[in-house]
Design a protein around this ligand. Sequence first.
Ligand SMILES: [Zn+2]
Length: 157
Amino acid sequence: MKINISGLSEGGHQYDLSGSAAELGLDSNYSGDVLANITLEKSIHQIVATVEASVKGVFICDRCAGEFTEVVRTKFTSVYTWEQTEETAEDDDFHVLRKDENVIDFSSPVKEYLMLAVPLKLLCKSNCVIPEHIEAKNDTVDPRWEKLQMLKQSEKN
Ligand SMILES: [Zn+2]
């Protein structure tokens, strides 16, 4: 996922890039291509890259343990500059380019941001319910019910 920036004119530029999930070093549950729509906004001192990327993955539902396919999407902005000033520290979203560096490789930021976009709780559908045979195994009483049961019992006494 590389863009050649040598001779890039000032202003906005659009790119549609793709690369295989394996090529980007994503886990094997991601298949097919990672698609990235990248806009570069070049000014005298810097290039601002706005990246929208997506990849299809196969996940295991946290609730029913079933497999499901979902498209993971992310959007982020990175700034590339040629000037290193005292305040500018290199971080994930801010990069200092060497004078002779004329290719920006988006592979690793795209990969990192896609990984961050994977929800912590993976559900095949938002209203997925635990199948009864699994539910029966973790038969814990909701504390609110416990209180109610105690109340009922005290009524009897
Ligand atoms: Zn599920």
